[in-house]
Ligand binder design. Structure first.
Ligand SMILES: Nc1nc2c(c(=O)[nH]1)N[C@H]1C(S)=C(S)[C@@H](COP(=O)(O)OP(=O)(O)OC[C@H]3O[C@@H](n4cnc5c(=O)[nH]c(N)nc54)[C@H](O)[C@@H]3O)O[C@H]1N2
Ligand SMILES: Nc1nc2c(c(=O)[nH]1)N[C@H]1C(S)=C(S)[C@@H](COP(=O)(O)OP(=O)(O)OC[C@H]3O[C@@H](n4cnc5c(=O)[nH]c(N)nc54)[C@H](O)[C@@H]3O)O[C@H]1N2
Ligand code: SF4
Ligand SMILES: [Mo]
Length: 894
């Protein structure tokens, strides 16, 4: 393993994963490794980290890192070049496209994983200097409907509340959010409020998720029906006399129209129940709780945003909070959970194609204001193309040069196969990334630029509660990697814009961004951090986490918006919106009888370029699985663990079935994390339709009609090797990083020659120990060099069950005689049988151990923890343990 030199001093920084934005202390362990701990001083996490955060140290090796600029040679191969050559070529390629086809023939596609400073620089270059607003970001797939919903209601993209509201609420409603897995530390705060103060939790999701396991009420809603449910709630609030008529009169408009429309959509409780697939009793309970509980927070995420009617879903929720005046007050408000570490920062700088910068849009006044501030020679004067349109324009050839930074659209865009093919047709595709290879790079990138990664990067991010925190470097820049903002500035200089991009350091980028936020603001824009515009380098370095707005240098402390109105609309009033009745865009039919939902698993992050490197994180769900209701599986003749081909109008994938009674009938769920790099055939983005919301342009990623067919399998198995095992043709494989090497888990449509396989893996000069039972198709072999275990191959019955134990033994490189015997028997040396799927990744506790503890009398999560240690470290698996306790159900990894 290649690691950074020299070793770091302890540094306070911020987690690079989810929008909770936990503070991390990174330091040097005695063995030369990086130690990671939660920052007790950070208000988001107060010292805690979830399993992804606490395993960050496992992701820092330089293996697979892009360390030098590279360009595609005539031969088609990517070759190392100097920075000068690469930067000149980027500028030259963009200039050529601009000269021949105009600025709109170029585009940037950015990411909520960039730091605010990087994002600011990219946006400024395109919108102020190149002269196009073709700058969009993966936030279009993530937060765009929330942004549109906020702006429509509040006149600004404002999250009104703060995390403290979750501690102080009496009712927490989660809509389309699997927070137990996706916002774990915030979720732990909510569960603490439930445990300690009796706060009630309602979870609204078509699936019974790990989050649902802790809920007081679970509403397994029909996909897409959230607008109806919240329209029904508005009607109920009005009829129960629970609306705040003073607040409505003083601070809002549109209530009557919104209510009339809501009555059309959901006239009665019974109609609401019928249209949402819920029981009238459950709907009545939800409505009653919401009506009687002043301190209510409604949290929502991708089950709301990633919808062709996402903006209306957001509006339907905001309507209920505005109608009750429950906004911006202690313990109450609507709360959009942001996904990425800097989703919020990207919104601040105007990373979206329909935003300008500093929360300004494209009105004439705003364009002119930003022009003057930037001294911009060529301002974009209208909105640019949003992600789906942008990649359509790439396919159509109207965009000729594109620069992708910090995102992997060839995997994560809907219709990902079409996007991958379109990228391959560009005159110029530039990719700034941390890794040598991902699906986007493989789509035919011409120039690769090595960007600084987490631990090396220096700048700021903003979390879900508008809190700006520093990401500080604790590792030197490896190879020739450079910060993204620096790369952008160098290209800007080569395009002739030296003056606008002459920042000497990252602090100066931040100061400029802060200054723009307060420029001619005078209270007219929510986003104002003018109080940070004069930070010295040292003050920037030491900046403590701070919530915006920061209007002057003494303006600190907890911030909420709108308790007393003060909206950013022309008349200062909020708008309640008459929403459209919901309708899905791609309904199942006889040929495609299932509705495919997609989302996240607990221990992987997006396309796995970082989490895929951590052995601990590979244990929870080593393979991608397709969750399906038991009766649907039975009807399709598919058993648990069978391989199935999922096909939609846009693509196909092959996944392993995981029977899950938590699925609704007719609906299947697949994880988004696996790509062409990590699986043979599970690129789930390829399956997904690209219908978009009319207001936000956000695609419907949660509901695509799909068919399912069995894929015959001759044999199942896995191999383990010290270095990356080649993915053999024909296998349906998944790569997993394990301690001491890599595994390939696979199903094979045809029989496999085991002895040949292990010899190819282990090379020459090894001794192979084998057991085989040809009648049962069983073959197991281990290759040793001296007494060092080099490779393992398991084929046939029992292989999959043995995998966790064998991978555990593989972590030790030398095995004594007992362990060798145990290895091929697929048992741990102390004779323990199948541990089952990993529940607790921190202590490697399997489902079977959890079940045993429960059978032996452990009655709650803490008792299971006492017996097994599961859930006693980061707590990420506590909801799953509760699910086993409550439902006794078999655990599925999706
Ligand atoms: N472990 C992990 N955590 C992450 C990430 C990760 O990759 N891995 N990514 C981060 C990012 S960028 C994001 S955006 C967030 C996303 O966080 P979440 O939004 O919580 O995650 P998802 O799994 O995408 O979707 C949430 C839920 O929406 C449900 N859903 C689908 N359709 C509907 C519907 O019509 N109505 C309702 N009410 N629900 C529906 C799905 O069943 C799913 O359980 O997670 C962040 N945190
Ligand atoms: N079907 C379906 N599709 C989805 C979703 C879904 O729920 N369902 N969710 C959507 C959502 S919410 C999101 S946020 C996206 C996420 O999807 P992506 O953004 O495509 O996923 P990542 O794997 O996070 O890609 C980040 C890339 O940037 C690199 N990188 C990381 N940090 C940096 C950096 O600082 N600088 C540079 N230059 N590169 C860096 C990484 O190595 C990686 O290659 O997926 C979206 N797509
Ligand atoms: S909850 Fe986990 S992934 Fe999210 S910021 Fe905190 S430690 Fe990182
Ligand atoms: Mo996201």
């Amino acid at each position: 393993m290649t690691v950074h030199e020299p070793q770091p001093k302890p540094v306070a920084t911020t987690c690079p994963y989810c929008g909770v934005g936990c503070g991390v202390i990174a330091g040097a362990g005695g063995d030369g490794r990086v130690t990671i701990a939660g920052d007790p001083g950070h208000p988001a996490n107060r010292g805690k980290l979830c399993v992804k955060g606490s395993t960050l140290g496992e992701t820092l090796s330089l293996d697979d890192r892009l360390l030098h600029p590279m360009m595609r040679a005539r031969s088609g191969a990517l070759e190392r070049v100097s920075w000068e050559t690469a930067l000149d070529a980027v500028a030259e390629g963009f200039r050529r496209a601009i000269d021949t086809a105009g600025p709109d023939a170029t585009a940037f596609y950015l990411s909520g994983q960039l730091l605010t400073e990087d994002y600011y620089a990219a946006n400024k270059l395109m919108k102020g200097f190149v002269g196009t607003a073709n700058v969009d970001t993966n936030s279009r797939l993530c937060m765009a409907s929330s942004v549109a919903g906020h702006r429509r209601a509040f006149g600004s993209d404002t999250v009104p509340g703060a995390y403290e509201d979750l501690d102080e609420a009496d009712l927490l409603v989660l809509v389309g959010s699997n927070a137990a897995w996706c916002h774990p530390i915030l979720w732990q705060r909510m569960v603490a409020a439930q445990r300690e103060r009796g706060a009630r939790i309602v979870v609204i999701d078509p699936r019974r998720t790990a989050t649902a396991a802790d809920a007081d009420l679970v509403l397994q809603i029909q996909p897409g029906a959230d607008t109806t449910l919240f329209a029904g709630l508005l009607v109920h609030l009005a009829e129960a006399g629970a609306c705040d008529s003073l607040y409505l009169a003083a601070h809002t408009t549109g209530f009557d129209e919104a209510l009339v429309r809501a009555r059309e959509i959901a006239p009665t409780l019974a109609a609401t129940a019928a249209a949402t697939g819920l029981t009238p009793g459950d709907v009545a309970t939800f409505f009653a709780w919401f009506t009687e509980t002043a301190r209510t927070v409604t949290l929502y995420s991708q089950g709301v945003n990633q919808s062709a009617q996402g903006t209306d879903k957001v509006s339907a929720i905001l309507n209920c909070h505005l109608a009750t005046g429950r906004i911006g007050r202690q313990g109450m408000g609507p709360f959009s959970l942001t996904g990425q570490p800097n989703a919020m920062g990207g919104r601040e700088v105007g990373g979206l194609a329909n935003m300008l910068a500093a929360h300004m849009g494209f009105s004439g006044t705003e364009v002119d204001r930003v022009r003057r501030f930037w001294g911009a020679p060529r301002m974009a004067e209208r909105e640019g193309l949003k992600a789906v349109q942008m990649f359509d324009a790439v396919a159509a050839g109207t965009i000729r040069a594109m620069w992708v930074m910090g995102t992997n659209p060839a995997a994560s865009m809907p219709r990902a196969d079409a996007v991958r093919a379109a990228l391959g047709g560009l005159d110029l595709l530039v990719v700034s990334d941390n890794v040598l290879s991902n699906d986007t790079i493989q789509s035919g990138a011409h120039i690769l630029l090595p960007a600084a990664a987490w631990g090396e990067k220096d700048g700021t991010v903003t979390n879900s509660e508008r809190r700006i925190s520093r990401q500080r470097p604790f590792l030197p820049l490896p190879g020739e990697a450079r910060p993204d903002w620096w790369i952008i500035a160098e290209v800007a200089k080569r395009l002739g814009f030296a003056e606008g991009f002459a920042w000497p350091n990252v602090a100066s980028v931040f100061r400029e961004h802060a200054a723009l936020s307060s420029f001619e603001n005078r209270g007219t824009r929510d986003f104002d951090i003018g109080g940070l515009a004069c930070l010295s380098e040292a003050q920037y370095e030491d900046l403590a986490p701070v919530q915006w707005p920061v209007r002057n240098h003494t303006d600190r402390g907890l911030k909420r918006f709108f308790a007393a109105g003060g909206f950013y609309t022309a008349d200062g009033r909020a708008r309640l919106v008459a929403v459209a009745p919901p309708a899905l865009k791609d309904l199942p039919d006889a040929n495609r009888p299932f509705l495919l939902n997609t989302g996240r698993t607990r221990d992987q992050w997006h396309t796995m370029t970082r989490t895929g490197k951590a052995p601990t994180l590979g244990r929870h769900a080593p393979e991608p699985t397709l969750a399906i209701h038991p009766e649907d599986a039975a009807a399709a003749g598919l058993a648990d663990g069978a391989m199935a081909r999922v096909a939609t109008a846009h693509g196909t994938a092959v996944l392993r079935l995981a029977i899950d009674p938590g699925q609704r009938r007719g609906e299947i769920f697949a994880p988004i994390h696996w790509t062409g790099e990590t699986t043979a055939a599970a690129r789930v983005g390829a399956l997904v339709q690209a219908a978009t919301d009319p207001f936000s342009g956000q695609p419907e990623l949660k509901a695509t009609a799909a068919s399912l067919a069995p894929v015959p399998v001759a044999t199942e198995g896995f191999v383990l090797a010290r270095s990356r095992p080649a993915a053999e043709a024909g296998l349906l494989w998944t790569r997993v990083t394990v301690e001491g090497g890599e595994a390939l888990l696979f199903a094979a449509p045809e029989a496999i020659d085991g002895p040949a396989f292990i010899r190819r893996l282990a090379g020459d000069g090894v001794t192979v120990t084998e057991v085989s039972d040809p009648a049962r198709g069983l073959y197991r072999a281990a290759a040793f060099r001296g007494d060092a275990l080099e490779a393992v191959c398991f084929l046939g019955p029992g292989a999959r069950i043995a995998y966790p134990v064998v991978a555990g033994l593989f972590a030790r490189d030398r095995l004594d005689a007992t362990s060798r015997k145990a290895l091929l028997a697929g048992r741990s040396p102390d004779g323990l049988p199948d541990p089952g799927p990993t529940v607790c990744a921190c202590f490697s506790v399997g489902l079977n151990a959890v079940k045993e503890a429960i059978a032996a009398g452990a009655g709650d999560v803490d008792a299971v923890g006492k017996a097994t240690r599961a859930g006693t470290n980061c707590g990420s698996c506590r909801s799953e343990i509760r699910r086993v306790l409550v439902e006794g159900a078999r655990l599925v990894s999706a």
